[in-house]
Design a protein around this ligand. Sequence first.
Ligand SMILES: Cc1cc2nc3c(=O)[nH]c(=O)nc-3n(C[C@H](O)[C@H](O)[C@H](O)COP(=O)(O)O)c2cc1C
Length: 188
Amino acid sequence: MNKIANTNYDVNSLIKERWSARAFSDKNISDELLNQFIEAASWAASSMNEQPWLYYAAHRGTPAFNQMIEVLMPGNQTWAKEAAVLLISLARKKFTNGNLNRHYMHDVGAANQNLMLEATANGVLGHLMGGFDVAKTKEVFNLREDLDPVVLIALGYPGSAEQLPAPFNEREVAPRSRKALEEVLVKK
Ligand SMILES: Cc1cc2nc3c(=O)[nH]c(=O)nc-3n(C[C@H](O)[C@H](O)[C@H](O)COP(=O)(O)O)c2cc1C
């Protein structure tokens, strides 16, 4: 299953091919490939090259994977439990010198996008999830005060929409859309 973006301009195919899938096959993701995805993430630009990102990773079938499922909102649990790998994308809120890094969210988002594109280039689809219990995540994973859990990420090889219960099966095949360029670009 793919949902290639229908663009007006000649956008790079990797960008067009990334999308937020919920149906995953039972094929595992090797540790080698997972390392490659995280290395891709780490080549994102960041304020002062602080690289404020940190990833907790777990393969399906491990205790840590089940703990990650537990912190997700029920709707996300329904399909994310079939992912091959779950990640918690964490951010260090402060610079090494102790000052607040005002751009930490920006930089972690950039790293996550690199990760998703590297996954896409290797036939793996990812799905970012903001729907999780932040307080529970901090408790279950015993997070230090300066670490902010930003999103969870489900990764897996593509499955088929029929695997999913409603309403996710319909969403899986629904067309993707974006705001018109005029809504997001103001030429001054
Ligand atoms: C920060 C963030 C949080 C998100 N949280 C969820 C979520 O909790 N559950 C979900 O199903 N999708 C979630 N999404 C996926 C978005 O709904 C999806 O990216 C958006 O609809 C655009 O679709 P596309 O990624 O296929 O282009 C999230 C995406 C981002 C970037």
